[in-house]
Design a binder for this molecule. Structure first.
Ligand SMILES: NC(=O)c1ccc[n+]([C@@H]2O[C@H](COP(=O)([O-])OP(=O)(O)OC[C@H]3O[C@@H](n4cnc5c(N)ncnc54)[C@H](O)[C@@H]3O)[C@@H](O)[C@H]2O)c1
Ligand SMILES: O=C(O)[C@H]1O[C@H](OP(=O)(O)OP(=O)(O)OC[C@H]2O[C@@H](n3ccc(=O)[nH]c3=O)[C@H](O)[C@@H]2O)[C@H](O)[C@@H](O)[C@@H]1O
Length: 389
């Protein structure tokens, strides 16, 4: 019996489309490709410089979706094939970016080029060829909260108007230029403004996504195993690396910053709704996060330590964490977002989307994956005698 036709949120049948996905080989791209292959009839032209995280979707040729995904090893900085691929597709999704905070103050030029200059041709080709664009921005465009400028004990700090981040109302508050941490957020903000202007002046059909700390399997790399030994990934991978190596977790400036974490699989549901409901998603900027999963970084460290001990069967570390200054950890020019709570009104109203997974459950499944994937390799790396020079 044929499976029932898939319908959008308004009950209309969903037509198969071709998607040019730039940055398809990254963390979010790999989960999005998986979802599109397993649950939809859409085709993906997967563009990236790497494909390790989607290899399982590309080979062997006998995979049921083999004719619906093609990988193009392309650096969008300099490759004339990009426009042709955008023309071949109905929709372009741009995920390509440098997006690890350790790079923002140490490689500010690369960060600005990657998040602004390199995205320009993508926007231009979409606009000129009347193709729809879903562009990945960031919750970092909000910068610091208004409340962070009030004295520590001020009662208004508890008023949501002073910290909840709303797409159509909150200001974008960055630190001074010498705090190069904000090079990323500022570049993302300018590309958002450019896309918005292309929509207003030239009719570009666009959707802007502001992810709030999406986490899960395949995020970033474990230093010395599948990434550089001296590399500094985002917090999930930093803490996973510490736990796998039985080292104390490093709390930057006391771990007082707050974050809301959302499970990658919940967030991907939101992206699929955007893909398949253009009439509801076009012209919108969407926060995608989980306001119920807020913790300080210190609390995150404690939770991950407890869960990893359960998952690995090893006793918790005697010294579970140590404090490090941001200057020591990230170098000169680091600064931080104090608190990030997404307002969910717009995505709720337009797409009816709500995150489901609690922080405990998402850390449990993610740390189970980390342990299964890396524990043995770490053991071997630690046991290996250091090569003589
Ligand atoms: N993960 C999150 O929670 C999060 C939060 C906020 C914003 N974002 C945004 O979402 C997007 C994807 O993030 P991610 O977490 O998957 O990061 P990621 O680093 O895992 O993925 C980005 C991918 O883009 C590719 N890429 C970068 N420059 C390229 C180029 N010049 N040509 C071709 N490919 C290139 C990289 O190789 C990588 O595979 C980024 O734009 C990021 O700023 C992510
Ligand atoms: O994921 C997001 O939504 C966005 O936020 C991230 O920024 P941030 O949350 O600051 O990045 P993390 O590296 O995950 O750091 C989170 C917090 O943990 C702290 N941290 C990080 C690593 C560590 O070992 N110890 C530690 O205390 C950082 O100082 C920061 O306060 C990145 O900028 C982007 O990937 C993205 O745009």
């Amino acid at each position: 019996m044929a499976s029932p036709a898939r319908v959008d949120l308004d009950g209309n049948p969903i037509k198969p489309i071709t998607i040019c996905m730039i940055g398809a080989g990254g963390f979010i791209g790999s989960h999005l490709c998986e979802k599109l292959m397993a649950e939809t009839p859409h085709k993906v032209l997967a563009v990236d410089v790497y494909n390790d995280k989607i290899k399982h979707l590309l080979e062997p040729a006998s995979l049921p979706w083999a004719d619906r995904i093609q990988f193009y090893r392309i650096n969008i900085k300099h490759d004339s094939r990009l426009e042709g691929l955008i023309k071949m597709a109905d929709l372009t999704i741009n995920l390509a970016a440098i997006c690890t905070p350790a790079d923002y103050n140490t490689r500010p030029l690369d960060t600005i080029y990657s998040n602004f200059i390199d995205a320009l041709p993508v926007v231009k080709y979409c606009s000129e060829n009347n193709k729809r664009l879903i562009h990945f921005s960031t919750c970092e465009v909000y910068g610091k909260t208004i409340g962070s400028f009030l004295p520590k004990e001020h009662p208004l700090r508890n008023d949501p108007n002073f910290y909840v981040l709303k797409e159509d109302a909150s200001p974008c508050i960055f630190g001074p230029i010498e705090k190069q941490r904000w090079s990323y957020a500022c570049a993302k903000q300018l590309i958002e403004r450019l896309i918005y202007a292309e929509g207003a002046e030239n009719g570009l059909e666009f959707t802007i996504v502001r992810p709030f700390n999406w986490i899960g399997p395949r995020m970033d790399f474990i230093p010395g195993i599948d990434g550089p030994s001296e590399g500094v990934p985002r917090v999930l991978a930093c803490f996973s690396n510490n736990l796998l190596r039985c080292e104390p977790l490093k709390l930057v400036d006391g771990g007082q910053s707050q974050r809301t974490f959302v499970y990658i699989k919940d967030a991907i549901e939101a992206v699929l709704l955007m893909i398949e409901n253009p009439a509801r998603a076009n012209g919108q900027i969407f926060n995608v996060g989980n306001p119920n999963n807020e913790v300080t970084v210190r609390q995150l460290a404690e939770m991950m330590t407890e869960i990893y001990s359960k998952v690995s069967g090893e006793p918790p570390l005697e010294v579970p964490s140590i404090d490090v200054s941001s200057k020591e950890f990230y170098g000169e020019g680091y600064d931080d977002s104090d608190k990030r709570i997404p307002d969910m009104t717009i995505i709720n109203k337009q797409l009816g989307w709500n995150p489901k997974t609690s922080l405990w459950d998402l850390l449990d499944s993610t740390l189970t994956y980390q342990h299964r994937t890396y524990a043995e390799a770490i053991k071997q790396a630690i046991a290996k005698p250091v090569a003589s020079s």
